[in-house]
Write a protein that binds this ligand. Structure first.
Ligand code: FAD
Length: 553
């Protein structure tokens, strides 16, 4: 695979091999420096070639097609080709007897030119015509994007998930809404049938994936998804602030460290619009920026990082700790850090589940914000994350309604945020309300709200709802392995004995050590932790010191 953009193609089609060789020779002589000359001996074969070129994101400048071909006439081919490449110049090669067909095609397929065979000498009869057509094409047509393209529907949750995954992993891609782009719709139909699963992700090598899971998408996009070694000093599960700090400190201190992240590095804060209380960034920093810096730092020191890989199980086979990944593969280690953080709490009211990703989003979905330019959106929640989200969306949307159950924004929201929201001209705060239903045909259109005090209902038309109603620990796969508190958080260190929980060794558990020796927990997932970015980073860096202690013992 090369990153150099491919030259635009000139496609010649003729079933007569001798004629085709002559066309190819003449085209190469004049145009090979700037165009790729591609040939085909039938309309059907040529359509297959066009689909491949389209899937790779290659441009096609000119179609030069014989009219009289078995199975598919030139005009028929041009009709089909136009669906994929409406801007390609269309030229028909005709014999004298085909002149009528050529004239009809001028209207039917908006033919740009027809050329009589033979075209000798080409300097007089071929090149002047093609020069004009190609110059016009170069002047007017912008070459297509030549990277990963996501073909999907704005209202398909899987399309949203794929875009979010690529964006958060800093993979450049082009989004193509097939409801608004006929050539892409045509390609999707040819690749995946009439009611395809979306999205279809097209890659530069001509390959594609249909509604891919994170791991497959990460793999094909060239992200790191396979561990380089079977064994590490420490495996860190989760790439939020705690896990990333773990990785940086483990690597700087000479440990072979592997971090496994199911989505994209950054965790909850990766989705945060603006963190204003993080030390050293007086005018705030976006979660994405902070995550990117942390990843670069961890990699610079030699930490290995897998993305798009979910840890489905952990176990001990003393003296080793073993991690099972989503594809059943395993990685072993001396010590393990569980830094799986928290997941957003779902809004459990009628109509919501079917509209997630289709107008309803959990957290501040940066990749979606621009889609709601000049529209009315709602933000549900009254804490800091909702406040940050509302200010962020107010930059794009026409108006933002912040929906809060409480009678006021404070004290759940920091005063500086609440003040800014009250001052913003396009944000209204609807206090004392709750969402009781979401409605929409294929995408969110309306919310049913209820006044908490009076019980009175009213509806609100909205294009999108961004939900920030709290979080719960991600520990399902650790239940039965390490001790959890009643809310599912991992209990560590002195809290184990305080809560009279099982501990198998003579020595006391180390700080951040769970009920399984050599298995540590850090960040939001840990019982008693302060749920903040900086404290996640603090716990991540501190816990590595105790990993060292454990390894030395
Ligand atoms: C919208 C929003 C705004 C916020 N704003 C601020 C702020 O302004 N200031 C502040 O201090 N804090 C803020 N916070 C809180 C802060 O982001 C969290 O406290 C912090 O991210 C916790 O870090 P963590 O590493 O413990 O966990 P997380 O950030 O939750 O990261 C855990 C990671 O583990 C991964 N993971 C989970 N399970 C698995 C598995 N089985 N396999 C592989 N990977 C897994 C997840 O995908 C995730 O990336 C905000 C949070 C949100 C949601």
């Amino acid at each position: 695979m090369t990153d150099k953009p491919a030259k635009p193609a000139v496609l010649a089609v003729d079933d007569d091999h001798e004629v085709l060789r002559a066309i190819e020779r003449d085209l190469r002589r004049k145009y090979a420096d700037h165009f790729r000359i591609v040939t085909s001996t039938s309309g059907r074969e040529a359509l297959g070639t066009l689909r491949e070129l389209f899937a790779r994101g290659d441009a096609v400048a000119l179609l030069l097609v014989d009219q009289r071909m078995p199975h598919m006439a030139g005009t028929e081919f041009l009709c089909e080709a136009r669906k994929l490449y409406p801007d390609a110049k269309r030229t028909l090669l005709t014999a004298y007897a085909d002149t009528d067909a050529a004239i009809a095609a001028i209207n039917e397929v908006q033919l740009d030119h027809y050329l009589r065979k033979p075209w000798d000498p080409p300097d007089e009869k071929l090149y002047p015509v093609l020069d004009d057509l190609l110059e016009e094409w170069v002047r007017n047509v912008h070459p297509p994007f030549q990277g990963i393209r996501v073909l999907g529907s704005r209202w398909s949750p899987q399309s949203f998930a794929a875009r979010e995954f690529l964006a958060r992993n800093q993979v450049p891609y082009q989004w193509v809404d097939i409801d608004e782009d006929a050539p892409s719709r045509e390609l999707v139909r040819s690749l995946a049938g009439d009611s395809p699963r979306l999205p279809i992700v097209l890659f530069r090598d001509g390959g594609h994936l249909i509604a891919p899971a994170n791991a497959a998408l990460a793999d094909k996009a060239g992200l790191h998804t396979l561990a380089k070694r079977p064994f590490y000093d420490v495996v860190i599960i989760g790439g939020g602030p705690a896990g990333l700090a773990n990785a940086v400190y483990a690597a700087t201190e000479g440990l072979h460290a592997l971090l496994i992240e199911q989505n994209a590095p950054g965790g909850q804060f990766g989705a945060s619009a603006m963190i204003e209380n993080y030390l050293g960034f007086p005018s705030g920093v976006t979660g994405a920026d902070l995550a990117q810096r942390a990843v670069a730092q961890a990699k610079r020191f030699g930490a290995e990082m897998l993305v798009g890989r979910h840890v489905s199980r952990v176990r001990r086979e003393d003296p080793f700790r073993i991690v099972t990944l989503d594809d059943g593969s395993e990685v072993s280690c001396h010590a393990m850090v569980l830094a799986t953080g928290m997941a957003v709490r779902e809004l459990a009211v009628p109509g919501v589940s079917g509209l997630v990703g289709a107008g309803i989003y959990y957290g501040a979905s940066m990749s979606e914000a621009a889609l709601y330019r000049e529209q009315h959106v709602a933000v549900l929640g009254g804490a800091n994350s909702a406040g940050q989200g509302a200010l962020f969306f107010a930059r794009y949307a026409k108006s933002v309604s912040v929906l809060v159950r409480a009678p006021s924004l404070s004290p759940a929201m920091a005063k500086y945020l609440a003040d800014r929201i009250e001052d913003a001209k396009n944000i209204e705060v609807c206090k004392g309300v709750e969402v009781v239903e979401a409605r929409g045909d294929g995408h969110l259109e309306q919310l049913e709200l209820r006044d908490v005090a009076s019980g009175q209902a009213r509806s609100m038309d909205v294009a999108a709802l961004f939900v920030f109603i709290g979080v719960a620990p991600r520990t399902e796969q650790f239940a039965g392995f390490v001790e959890l508190d009643e809310k599912g958080f991992i209990v560590t260190g002195p809290d184990l004995s305080r809560r009279k929980m099982a501990w198998p060794l003579e020595r006391d558990p180390l700080m951040f050590e769970t009920s399984v020796p050599g298995v540590f927990a850090a960040g939001d997932v840990r019982h008693g932790s302060i749920k903040r970015c900086a404290s996640g980073v603090g716990e991540g860096s501190m816990s590595i010191a105790f990993v060292h202690h454990y390894l030395a013992g």
